[in-house]
Design a protein around this ligand. Structure first.
Ligand SMILES: *Cc1c(COP(=O)(O)O)cnc(C)c1O
Length: 384
């Protein structure tokens, strides 16, 4: 199925809702049935026949179909946040006594889940540099059940060879989970490379307008049905039908937004190459990236995030960021607006674990005029 068909048509049944082109928000917690037989049937199939909105809801179900198809998965679940999707995925694969391997510099709450929270439930984690396959091999123990990837991560964009890691993991009966938020389902499909569960913070590209928080997990029917019966129903971190409707609307333009990011971001990055105030540029599709070949192999495009290591101290970073006019200073990314985050604004204890120096600044290129963005960064560099 092609992408526009998924975004525009899949899962939609206009004749069931007055031929409306836009599907309705089914803002109902509860669903009723006329006969015991129908009621029994609904309860027996609560993953897709609505009985109660913590399980299935018709508006949310449209989204499940579209997101599964985008990730080339058999099935998908949508959660209240990316973090809920991470927590459900990890908890579906480990129990007391198990061991996990996670790549360095993951999303901060992934780090907290594995290294602070799950420690209390008897799960241990080894953090490794995921750029070399040998590091995975060395970290595997007899009780390793999970390898957690983020390729690329969202700060300095180190990659993992998803195919090689998945092959190695499966030889040892280990499951592979990957946070694919940076790429969106349009720039990378890790299930095709062997990963077992793919998750997204839909608050970023999938939502795309900085107006909702949500998460997605995609995988095989068996894995998703197991997760539905346990982590999904038990944690209860569902999104509202109204937010699901907003996400369906966001998906209409996902390809336009990603195509734009994939074409404009390299133009901004190129304008900065060799600048005397820049020590290093981090961007997966930069030819000087030591992992450029791997990035080209497993990613269809490199969208809107990149980072700069500035040749200055905290005061210089402050002058630089305070001088930017077209970039909003904020966390998150993936919306319409261009953003900047100076990591020196984050508490030092949180930065140390993730190796974020004072002079590291991350940019997000939104739906903006490239020339203005380039000029804005260049004039701010002069203020350093
Ligand atoms: C934002 C983000 C998350 C967490 O998503 P929320 O929706 O904010 O819970 C996870 N992974 C990455 C890479 C992110 O950028």
């Amino acid at each position: 199925m092609d992408i526009p068909e998924i975004l525009n048509h899949l899962g939609e049944e206009h004749e069931r809702y007055f031929n409306a082109v836009a599907p309705p928000v089914i803002q109902s917690s509860n669903f009723c049935y006329k006969t015991v037989a129908d009621f029994r049937n609904a309860i027996a199939h609560e993953t897709h026949i609505p009985t109660y909105t913590r399980g299935a809801n018709p508006t949310v179900s449209i989204l499940h179909k579209k997101l599964a198809a985008l990730e080339k998965a058999e099935d998908a679940l949508v959660f209240a946040s990316g973090t809920a999707a991470i927590t459900a995925s990890v908890m579906s694969l480990v129990k007391v006594g198990d061991h996990a391997i996670c790549v360095q510099k993951p999303y901060s709450w992934t780090n907290a889940l594995l290294n602070k929270y799950l420690v209390n439930y008897g799960v241990t984690t080894t953090m490794i540099d995921g750029t070399h396959i040998e590091n995975f091999e060395k970290a595997i123990k007899p009780n390793t059940k999970l390898i957690y990837l983020e390729s690329p991560n969202s700060i300095t964009f180190e990659l993992q060879d998803i195919e090689a890691v998945s092959t190695l993991a499966h030889k040892h009966g280990i499951s592979v989970v990957i946070d694919n938020s940076y790429c969106s389902p349009l720039c990378q499909n890790p299930l095709e490379l062997g990963a077992d569960l793919v998750l997204h913070s839909a608050s970023k590209y999938i939502g795309g307008h900085s107006d909702l928080v949500a998460g997605v997990v995609c995988g095989s029917k068996v894995r998703i049905e197991n997760m539905f019966a346990k982590e999904f129903m038990n944690l209860g971190a569902i999104i509202s039908p109204n937010d699901a409707w907003l996400m369906i609307r966001s998906l209409r333009t996902l390809q336009l937004r990603i195509d734009k990011a994939v074409s404009t971001t390299p133009q901004v990055v190129e304008a900065l190459i060799g600048h005397p105030k820049i020590e290093k540029i981090y961007y997966p599709f930069l030819k000087s990236n030591p992992q450029y070949e791997l990035a080209k192999k497993q990613m269809k495009g490199s969208p809107g995030l990149f980072s700069l290591l500035l040749k200055t101290d905290i005061k210089g970073v402050e002058r630089f960021c305070d001088s930017l006019k077209r970039f909003l200073m904020a966390v998150s990314w993936g919306g319409h607006e261009s953003l900047v985050i100076p990591f020196c604004a984050i508490a030092e204890e949180n930065r140390k674990a993730n190796d974020m120096p004072d002079n590291l600044v991350r940019f997000f290129i939104g739906i903006d005029e490239v020339e203005y963005l380039k000029q804005d960064i260049l004039q701010a560099l002069d203020k350093i």
